[in-house]
Design a protein around this ligand. Structure first.
Ligand code: HEM
Length: 122
């Protein structure tokens, strides 16, 4: 795993801290928080940590659903680009708050962007 984005960003502790801050922002955002109604947020945060670690090149596998399947129900309920942009923006500001270096933030945002079509079922 040497030199993976996961390692360069600070490993488990950094991903964990980022996901905690990120979901506080998501839940406070009236544009998107209705999608999380009834969702077990402790479980959700665990899944997100696991997915991001995997997406950033950690050695750990991700056993969750594909991004397309995980968000299918949400797309039926109106999930669109504006919601995706809001989530992406919360990722950006979370990493800035954690003083992550801009080139690393750019890498994270590029990985995030690469999931857009799957998440929005395009
Ligand atoms: C930006 C990129 C995104 C990533 C990387 C991502 C990642 C994930 C992951 C890993 C899961 C869990 C999958 C599983 O159950 O195995 C999930 C589920 C979920 N995501 Fe996302 N997501 C993204 C965008 C969004 C957006 C834009 C919304 C809504 C505004 C959203 C709302 C949800 C909800 C509500 C669930 C739970 C669905 C359920 O339990 O039925 N996600 N997401």
């Amino acid at each position: 795993m040497s030199n993976s984005l996961f390692e360069r960003i600070g490993g488990n502790d950094a991903v964990s801290a980022a996901v905690d801050i990120f979901y506080t922002k998501v839940i406070s955002d009236d544009h998107i928080n209705s999608f999380f109604e009834g969702v077990d947020m402790q479980k959700q945060m665990r899944k997100m940590k696991s997915f991001l670690s995997y997406a950033f090149g950690a050695d750990t596998p991700f056993h969750g659903k594909s991004m397309r399947v995980a968000h299918e129900r949400l797309v039926k309920n109106g999930l669109n680009d504006s919601h995706f942009d809001a989530v992406k923006n919360h990722i950006d500001t979370t990493l800035k708050e954690l003083s992550v270096a801009q080139p690393l933030i750019d890498e994270v945002l590029a990985i995030t962007e690469s999931t857009r079509n799957d998440i929005l079922n395009k």
